[in-house]
Design a protein around this ligand. Structure first.
Ligand SMILES: C[S@@+](CC[C@H](N)C(=O)[O-])C[C@H]1O[C@@H](n2cnc3c(N)ncnc32)[C@H](O)[C@@H]1O
Length: 173
């Protein structure tokens, strides 16, 4: 974890992923896989899924029988080669500006939403809530906290330091 934080400091987050757009790999793949195997059956994750900040396909490859789309501004080529799914090229900022073009049953974001600027997070969550009733976050940090105006935490599981959290859309008014 410290190694990647040092890399972020050295290059900046965006430049780091631009540099690693062809060789990114999550070293915690086995934990992600374990958590998703359990969550998938217990939380009944299926249907149309958006793998938000999809990297090289760490989440998508666990949902081969579902209709999965990836989204990532830097890893489209790598993701499409690994999964044969389509990857939308958008940043958090693009999502906030334009929203999504379609709806999903689940949006899953693994090891990435903490990269969104704090001030932009509420608007990002609003945009996700326009497109999906369910949001799943996989994170080794306390961040991001998506509990609030647009989503409410319903369930969570933990393996070592990584949590998987299921949020449901919160209807305001
Ligand atoms: C730590 S990786 C996580 C990838 C994958 N989901 C996983 O679990 O391994 C973070 C991902 O966020 C993407 N990313 C970086 N900056 C971003 C931004 N501004 N908007 C959207 N995605 C971004 C990177 O390209 C990278 O694929």
């Amino acid at each position: 974890m410290d190694a990647i934080l040092n890399e972020y400091k050295k290059h900046g987050v965006d430049e780091f992923y631009r540099l690693h757009s062809h060789d990114y790999e999550n070293p915690h793949n086995d934990i992600i896989e374990n958590l998703l195997v359990e969550a998938k059956s217990v939380w009944n994750i299926k249907g149309n899924i958006l793998d938000l900040c999809c990297g090289s396909g760490e989440v998508s490859r666990m949902f081969k029988e579902c209709n999965v789309e990836g989204l990532d501004p830097y890893t489209k080529e790598l993701y499409e080669k690994n999964t044969a799914n389509h990857c939308i090229e958008m940043t958090f900022k693009d999502i906030v500006r334009n929203g999504f073009e379609r709806n999903y049953d689940f949006v899953i974001c693994s090891y990435a939403m903490h990269l969104c600027e704090k001030s932009m997070l509420p608007m990002l969550l609003y945009r996700i809530s326009e497109a999906s009733e369910n949001l799943i976050i996989i994170t080794p940090h306390k961040k991001p906290n998506c509990n609030g105006k647009f989503f409410l935490e319903r369930k969570r599981m933990k393996k070592e330091r990584t949590s998987i959290i299921l949020y449901e859309k919160h209807m305001t008014n």
